[in-house]
Ligand binder design. Sequence first.
Ligand code: AHG
Ligand code: MN
Ligand code: MN
Ligand code: MN
Length: 335
Amino acid sequence: MENKHITLGEFIIENQKHFKYSSGELSRLLNSIRLAAKVVNHEVGKAGLVDIIGTVGETNIQGEDQQKLDLFANDVFKTALINREIVCGITSEEEEDFITIQGKTNSHRNKYVVLIDPLDGSSNIDVNVSVGTIFSIYRRSTPMGMPVKKEDFLQKGNEQVAAGYIIYGTSTMLVYTTGHGVNGFTLNPAIGSFYLSHANMRFPENGNTFSINNGNYTHFPQGVKDYLKFCQAEEGNRPYTYRYVGSMVSDFHRNLINGGIYMYPTSSKNPEGKLRLLYECNPMAFLTEQAGGKASDGYIRIMDIKPSTLHQRCPIFCGSSLMVEKAETCMKKYL
Ligand code: AHG
Ligand code: MN
Ligand code: MN
Ligand code: MN
């Protein structure tokens, strides 16, 4: 009950104590994300009333049709971070290259970079199904005082300082970690503030929900097919329930609360998988582990992968630890 009165703003400041020698830079950065989330939430809520649904007629670097809301959300998060001169660089699913931020007052003196999927679940915008935003924060790895380099963005997920998502759902929530567990905040739209509603979120060790785009079944590797057969077998607490929204954030959020596994494996259609290592897999993997779950590419820990390109794709299996371990066992049989 007590928790319900803590706002996200207060929580961020209170948690600054976890960071020795903190200058408050990360807190200000998280507050910028909180603000941008409210702006995007407001626009998402009006989709259908204003001219914000549909495509812009352009494709992004991923080869996907860009939706108006993809670009709107990208601009809002970029502007919030650039105007406050709070980070030294940004890279986004919707941008071909990374953006360097010098700052008017402090030449390349900020220490964090932000990696973002501004609008996750684009294909769900037009049909009023939940979408999200995913963010990931690292300390730059190159020396301060110089423009950021690509290598600042190509760090292993293991180096993340913070990560989180916003889900624009039946209620809007911001869920994040700074490496000290996972906490979820629900937006009270009447007041315009996020309140702590889900303290210390934990993946149940086991679950009974599996999420995957089963339309790709014939293209999946045999290990995935074997695991799907296991999920559907009549034994113990199986068959599991199958649920797939098609917005990773929404599928992940449901599994985090109820227990479950989310999978986007390789397939003969997408030999590298579909989801982006930097903008989707790493931040969700950090949240997963901080919530006591597991995140793997089927063989190794997602956060141990050394990225080589900004828009690199990666297969992912994440969620309740026992479920991910079982999926890995199925995959490793065919190594
Ligand atoms: P985005 O909208 O940011 O491009 O991400 C789409 C991703 C993810 O949200 C979702 O889980 C997955 O793509 C859905 O892909 P399929 O339609 O291939 O199942
Ligand atoms: Mn996209
Ligand atoms: Mn996405
Ligand atoms: Mn996106």
